[in-house]
Design a protein around this ligand. Structure first.
Ligand SMILES: Cc1ncc(COP(=O)(O)O)c(C=O)c1O
Length: 359
């Protein structure tokens, strides 16, 4: 697939410099088409029937295998969730923590991780990262680990500055289980989630999947209590005595009956990505940094993720003004940062348009 063919999958790129995959990846025509076709089919044939049920189960396994392959874990270790936030809740409820337990995290986390951490009831040890050199993070996290630490929870790539955090080194150095928020890494940079105890996926971002699709990799499904069961969690239920047999693998943590159209859309999205996706995304990110650094203070270190954040006055107003000029980025609330997301579909022209529109 050539670069032009790859870009042509996304109609939005014909009009906009779409630099917001950190929120939602661009929607491909093939993804929208299969979702719309499923709605039409449901109208004509009914939302569920027996042949369809088999197809629905097969599709679940197809997307499970596709996401698992993307992050380097076996499908048996992957649960399908609706989001990273839900995946974090599955882990934190399952761990069943109380204030005597500690979790080490950072002050760069997204509410999708931070709120489940706060609600978990554990005592949080929050590592300040804003003034920290990324190279010093491992030591700073390690210094907060005590015999009461039950979990270290952190992003693979932070949503604010696009900094990649050394979660694998943290796991190795401390021996403490890690929950890694993969919302800004999966589909953007190569990911091997296999050393993580828990690793989350937001499919609507860099995988360009439908809204409310995600996953959770669980290295040892038997080591996590099933605290948020769904109908899909059981192999067999005994209603008379009130017991159930859990499914054998991580699919016991599947959280919901993902709609048929979303599964169709996600399966189509997993087919979009060319072999050269990571290389091209990295190149686009480096170009974006270079161009922005000529005029702005870029806070994203080189060669981390695919987000580029830079300081401006009134970033919320700038986001609106840029939209009026055909450029879609986002501001990071409570900061002076604007964030551009660079994907494998991002062209030099998109980046020039960003620079021009910034005035
Ligand atoms: C780092 C990070 N974590 C979590 C989330 C929340 O993702 P989800 O909507 O899949 O729960 C986001 C969304 O922007 C994010 O950037």
């Amino acid at each position: 697939m050539t670069f032009e063919e790859a870009r042509a999958q996304f109609p939005v790129l014909e009009r906009f410099a779409y630099l917001n995959a950190g929120t939602f990846g661009p929607l491909a025509r093939s993804v929208a088409d299969v979702m719309a076709a499923e709605q039409q089919r449901a109208l004509a044939e009914g939302r569920m029937n027996s042949p369809l049920f088999g197809r629905w189960l097969d599709l679940r396994e197809r997307v499970r295998a596709g996401i698992a392959a993307t992050i380097g874990v076996p499908p048996e270790r992957l649960a399908l969730t609706s989001s990273t936030t839900e995946a974090c809740n599955v882990v934190l409820l399952g761990l069943g923590l109380d204030p005597g337990d500690e979790i080490v995290t950072t002050d760069s986390e997204h509410p999708g991780l931070m709120l489940p951490l706060i609600a978990s009831g554990a005592t949080l040890q929050i590592t300040p990262t804003r003034e920290l050199d990324p190279g010093d993070l491992l030591e700073a996290v390690d210094a907060r680990v005590t015999p009461r630490t039950k979990l270290i929870a952190l992003s693979h790539v932070t949503w604010t500055t696009g900094t990649a955090l050394p979660w694998r080194e943290v796991r190795e150095a401390t021996g403490v289980p890690v929950l890694v928020d993969g919302a800004q890494s999966v589909g953007a940079i190569p990911v091997d989630a296999s050393p993580a105890d828990f690793y989350t996926v937001s499919s609507q971002k860099w995988l360009c999947g439908p809204d409310l699709t995600g996953a959770l990799a669980v290295a040892d499904p038997d080591g996590l209590r099933l605290a948020m069961p769904s109908t899909l969690s059981q192999r067999k239920i005994d209603l008379g005595i009130g017991t159930f047999e859990q499914r054998e693998n991580a699919d016991r943590f599947d959280t919901s009956f993902t709609p048929m159209g979303s599964l169709e859309g996600l399966a189509a999205a997993l087919e979009l990505h060319p072999d050269w996706r990571y290389e091209r995304a990295r190149e686009a990110t480096a170009n974006c940094r270079r161009l922005l650094a000529q005029r702005f203070e870029v806070v994203t270190p080189p060669d981390h993720g695919t987000l580029v954040s830079f300081r401006t006055d009134d970033p919320a107003a700038k986001t609106k003004a840029l939209f009026d000029r055909g450029v879609i980025v986002r501001d990071i609330p409570g900061t002076d940062l604007l964030r551009a997301s660079c994907g494998w579909w991002t062209s030099d022209d998109d980046l020039e348009r960003l620079l021009d529109a910034l005035g």
